[in-house]
Write a protein that binds this ligand. Structure first.
Ligand code: N01
Length: 653
């Protein structure tokens, strides 16, 4: 007999672990399947030299437990992979999560049964279980581009590695001739360390990147003390920023200030280091000319660091706007090209023809090497999801539905009831601090499941119209920016044959946050209850969700269990997309206003949410952030300052 669970979670990285924590809190049974031999997701696999997070460590951590965030101590401004992995394991142990996690197990298939409205999940180890809900915590950058797409790879007699599948025991390149292919974040972090160890390193670059110094250092104890003393404010600011961590912003467009003033701003941000550079001016991602001023600043920096002018010119990014491929954050990347044991090959001039038994051959030269490091990235955002044979209503496969590009409603896909995707396509995810987005999505999903159960419903899913509208909105907002100008993995351009669509949502974290903020707490009732009609005086959390979804191009329906004998009624409801006058809990169908949701409105909405009150986690709800309480303004921050943190979103809109 199949083991029954309320929820199956796929993946035990940051998202899967917190999802499990929340499900436990609701009293639900859950099973987490993880392909790795340990928890940690990205941070379990990415063990290449120099791997570290380019979001600062005080920001890149869970906020759901005050005890956890107070007791954990980060040692550096930017945490290294081993330290982040230690943190994740600490969280797993501290909250006793491992007993519900099955490691070394890859979910291969999940199939929806319309009669029972349950999912059958199968794994590569022969498990076959049944669950009411499936949560995909599969990560955005977890499906490495493997095997490397170069002919002749099987003939290579040396060793080769992909940065995203690095050997746990590490690799000693001492005395070796090494090739690194790729110059994205993984390469830019590993190249300085490999160059120090190897006898010789050749870097094969197809597209030069914009990389800014990290200025990494031991964590300043005074900064740590300050953050720990005001964590609620700190997290609040992160959630209200478009990218999930607060950075100083300027309101004045780049071209409306003098060249000297622009230079001063760029220089100050270069000096501080990190991804905040992208926020030097509000128009950098929407105005090509403004962007060019920042790009030129980078090129000048590169030529001032790299001594050989020809190498400097090869490293100088041109032809696509700064920030439209993921910016990199490095330690000594450009200066590494001043070493005498490193060479740079420009693949735009001399592409790789083949890997040979002794190295690789470009259209111009043959390079003999002992080891090749493929830092060539991932089938991003959709790769891991498409790899699972996920079959929804009528047996439709997700990978078929997504053949021409992902269709989604931020957390859900039409035709796939009770499946949620954490930080999937169409969400701010990879454009944000992942932990902030993850917590927001997980909280929403947990509350939604609890709500559905409370209302006696059995399935919830996106409607095709709302899904279509959301995809159109994501594209519309994305197309107002310069992002589509680059051949980036955001666009799926790095994978041959992948549809070219801007996959993440540029509207920012606050929009999703606003969804969350409108939800008062809810206790799961274990027995089914008779749904009651809503009234303004007796507003339930679902109504609030519904209303907000209305405002944000979402639509949801709840179909009660007793109407769900064989899914017939639900299919019928699906065919009728008119707003329903059904009482809440029976069928909740909210009219959607697709396309009207402008980024500016999103920001305004967030301000309103603050006024509406409502904390975020159970602990925070208990304590209530001062900004959210009309009677207690925070003494150190004005409303204007907080509004300031809801930056850039208006400009993008
Ligand atoms: O992968 P990438 P990554 N022939 O796709 C090149 C996150 N991350 O692993 O630009 C030749 O960025 C490709 O060239 P091009 C972060 O979000 C975070 O480095 O496509 N070259 C590019 O140079 C990041 O963006 C952190 O022309 C080929 C490189 O390989 C994301 O993960 C650290 C090629 C791939 O770069 C992915 O980063 C690391 C081919 N056939 C990663 N195919 C931190 O938090 C690809 N390339 C610090």
């Amino acid at each position: 007999m199949k083991q029954l669970y309320d929820v199956v979670v796929v993946g035990a990285g940051f998202a899967g672990l917190y999802m499990l924590f929340r499900l436990r809190g609701l009293g639900l049974s859950a099973r987490v399947y993880e392909a790795g031999d340990g928890v940690g997701g990205t941070w379990y696999w990415n063990r290449y030299p120099g791997a570290r997070c380019d979001v600062e460590s005080m920001d890149y951590s869970y906020s759901f437990s005050d005890e956890l965030q107070q007791e954990w101590h980060w040692t550096e401004r930017y945490a290294s992979q081993p330290e982040i992995l230690r943190y994740i394991n600490h969280v797993a142990d501290r909250f006793d999560l491992c007993r519900d996690i099955q490691l070394s197990t890859r979910v291969t298939e999940a199939v929806f049964d319309e009669d029972t409205a349950r999912w059958t999940i199968r794994t590569d180890r022969g498990d076959e279980v049944s669950a009411g809900f499936c949560v995909m915590a599969t990560g955005c950058l977890s499906e490495p581009q493997l095997p490397p797409p170069f002919p002749g790879i099987e003939a290579f007699e040396g060793s080769w590695y992909h940065t995203g599948r690095w050997p746990h025991e590490g690799v000693d390149f001492t005395g070796q001739r090494v090739a690194v292919i790729g110059t994205g974040s993984s390469a830019i972090q590993s190249i300085p360390l490999i160059a120090k160890q190897a006898k010789h390193l050749t870097v094969f670059q197809r597209t030069p990147n914009y990389s800014i110094p990290a200025h990494n250092a031991p964590l300043d104890p005074e900064y740590e003390r300050q953050v720990k003393a005001s964590y609620i404010d700190f997290r609040q600011a992160a959630r209200q920023s478009r990218i999930g961590f607060a950075v100083p912003v300027t309101e004045t467009p780049a071209l409306s200030v003098s060249a000297e003033e622009r230079e001063r701003e760029y220089q100050a941000r270069w000096q501080r280091g990190g991804l905040g550079f992208g926020f030097s001016f509000p128009d950098l991602l929407i105005d090509e000319q403004a962007n060019e001023t920042a790009a030129e600043f980078f090129r000048n920096k590169i030529s001032s660091i790299v001594q050989d002018p020809e190498v400097a010119e090869t490293l100088a990014p041109r032809g696509y706007p700064l920030g439209t491929k993921r910016m990199c954050v490095d330690s000594d990347y450009y200066s590494t090209f001043n070493r005498d044991n490193i060479a740079l090959v420009d693949l735009r001039k001399t592409p790789i023809e083949t890997i040979t038994s002794r190295g690789l051959r470009t259209t111009e030269n043959e390079y003999e090497v002992d080891a090749i490091v493929f830092a060539i990235g991932y089938d991003a955002m959709t790769g891991a999801l498409s790899r699972i044979n996920l079959r929804g209503r009528g047996g439709i496969a997700l990978r078929d539905k997504w053949r021409d590009g992902p269709q989604y409603l931020r957390l859900a896909v039409a035709g796939f009831p009770n499946v949620f995707m954490i930080t999937g396509p169409g969400s701010p995810s990879v454009l944000s601090n992942m932990i902030v987005s993850i917590e927001q999505h997980v909280d929403w999903i947990a509350d939604c499941i609890a709500d559905l159960m409370e209302r006696g419903g059995r399935t919830i899913e996106a409607t095709p119209e709302a899904e279509e509208g959301w995809v159109a909105h994501v594209n519309e907002v994305g197309n107002k920016t310069l992002y589509p100008r680059a051949n980036s993995w955001y666009m799926g351009a790095n994978i041959s044959g992948k549809p070219r669509i801007f996959m993440p949502y540029i509207g920012g974290v606050p929009m999703n946050l606003a969804l969350r903020r409108h939800q008062p707490s809810l206790r799961l009732r274990r027995r089914r209850t008779t749904p009651t009609a809503t009234s303004p005086r007796n507003t339930t959390r679902s109504d609030l969700i519904g209303r907000f979804w209305d405002d944000t191009a979402f639509e949801r329906r709840v179909v009660p269990e007793d109407q769900h004998e064989n899914g017939r009624e639900e299919r019928e409801e699906r065919d009728d997309q008119q707003p329903s006058a059904e009482p809440a809990g029976r069928v909740l169908q909210v009219p959607h206003r697709v396309g009207r949701c402008k980024a500016g409105q999103i920001a305004d909405r967030v301000d309103q949410c603050d006024a509406a009150g409502g904390g975020r986690t159970a602990e925070e709800r208990g304590r209530q952030c001062p900004e959210q309480r009309p009677d207690r303004k925070h003494p150190d921050r004005s409303d204007a300052e907080y509004r300031h943190l809801v930056h850039r979103v208006r400009e993008v809109g």
